[in-house]
Design a protein around this ligand. Structure first.
Ligand SMILES: *Cc1c(COP(=O)(O)O)cnc(C)c1O
Length: 392
């Protein structure tokens, strides 16, 4: 049986070109970029080139890119580093209820340290409005952190508008763009973004490497203390192969961009429309249009998302019932709850996230299997039976 991977928001396979670019830096060119001899200078050059590749994609300068161990570290650094560096200016942070846990749990940590955090509500499509951001600004607000696109429901936020508001109020603006990378064109200068987090493994790069863009002129406290790497701001011998992989992955993520997005959108829409049409009592979670080209998230009533996943897995299909971090726990997704979806309905949601390798045949296969799987599950559900009896 062929395996069908539809969980690209959790992680993605490394592309062949990315791996090929990384391989020389494990055995042949293994030097420490901080060393002065020639064999290490190759490594320094490789890191500098990757920094250029990331900067170019974001419309930033190379000296504004700092490599990290991934998206979570970039998020932690942005929030803790700015909170600390600007604590004499204020202690209020604005974020949203649908952020990734790397943001939410960092905010909870900062609250314990005496910071005040406003968690903005979203509308029923998962959108954060610029008006809500502006209304939450106070005298002591130092930072706004709003994700570019949500990892569960794929909703894309009005980042340029929020950037304008932040700039007009002289407040620092961070965005977690981990999911938006490769699916949305980003220009940090044009969009007034002061800090931006990204991660390699969500864009066909290696796991354990990411970056934080920090606008020139911003103060930020260090998260990792030690040697003078990353211009004294992030210590630790550079993950040279990982950084090279990130540089290559980000470059490839924007190659043939329009054609790639078009292909994904067609497959996405086929899957959304097919599921809603073929399975009664289903709805789309998230925004229909302002949505990542690879994200499908549907609520299926009278079924348990986790059981649905297992049955799909038995058919060779890998999907998710929310974020990978929350699966395994019985709490419904905080994102779906923030949309106003009741607990029992939030449980019955399933997320398919497409990648460059997915084919129309695979989508057809899912559309063929899903209705019978759901029907079988519902036939065993007393809730569904009650519902049918009441509606006779
Ligand atoms: C995956 C993800 C992260 C975490 O990135 P890691 O590199 O896995 O630490 C942060 N934010 C969002 C939106 C993500 O999807």
């Amino acid at each position: 049986m062929n395996k069908i991977y539809l969980d690209n928001a959790a992680t993605t396979p490394v592309k062949k070109e990315v791996l090929d670019a990384m391989l020389p830096y494990f055995m042949e060119s293994f030097g420490n970029p901080s060393s002065v001899y020639q064999i290490a200078q190759i490594n320094k050059k490789a890191v500098d080139e990757a920094r250029e590749q990331v900067a170019k994609t974001l419309g930033a300068n190379a000296n504004e890119i700092f490599f990290t161990s991934g998206g979570s570290e970039a998020d932690n650094w942005a929030l803790k580093g700015i909170a600390e560096a600007y604590k004499d200016k204020g202690n209020h942070i604005i974020t949203s209820k649908i952020e990734h846990h790397a943001i939410l749990h960092t905010c909870e940590y900062l609250e314990k340290k005496g910071y005040e955090v406003t968690y903005l509500d979203v509308d029923e499509k998962g959108m954060i409005t610029p008006e809500a951001v502006e209304a939450a600004i106070k005298e002591n607000t130092i930072l706004i952190s709003i994700m570019y696109a949500n990892n569960e429901i794929g909703t894309i936020n009005p980042i340029s508008e929020i950037g304008k508001i932040a700039k007009a109020h002289h407040i620092i603006f961070h965005t977690d763009a981990v999911q938006a990378m490769g699916q949305v064109r980003i220009d940090v200068k044009e969009q007034n973004i002061d800090l931006l987090s990204l991660s390699a493994h969500k864009i066909n790069g290696p796991k354990g490497v990411g970056a934080l863009y920090i606008r020139r002129g911003l103060k930020i406290a260090n998260l990792i203390h030690g040697g003078g790497q990353e211009r004294g701001r992030r210590a630790g011998t550079e993950n040279v192969p990982g950084i090279v992989g990130l540089g290559k992955a980000i470059e490839l993520a924007y190659e043939d961009f329009d054609a790639k997005i078009e292909k994904l959108t067609v497959l996405r829409d086929k899957l959304i429309d097919g599921l809603l049409e073929k399975i009664p009592y289903t709805r789309l979670n998230g925004h229909r249009i302002q949505r990542l080209a690879n994200n499908v998230n549907v609520g299926v009533e009278f079924v348990e998302g986790e059981s649905l996943l297992l049955l799909l897995d038995m058919n060779g299909v890998a999907a998710s019932s929310g974020s990978a971090c929350t699966s395994g726990s019985l709490d419904p997704s905080h994102v779906l709850l923030a949309l106003g979806i009741p607990h029992e309905k939030a449980h019955g949601s399933i997320r398919f996230t497409l990648g460059g390798m997915n084919t129309e045949e695979e989508i057809d296969f899912v559309l063929e299997k899903m209705p019978s799987i759901v029907e079988r599950m519902r036939s065993m559900s007393p809730l569904y039976e009650d519902f049918l009896n009441k509606n006779k």
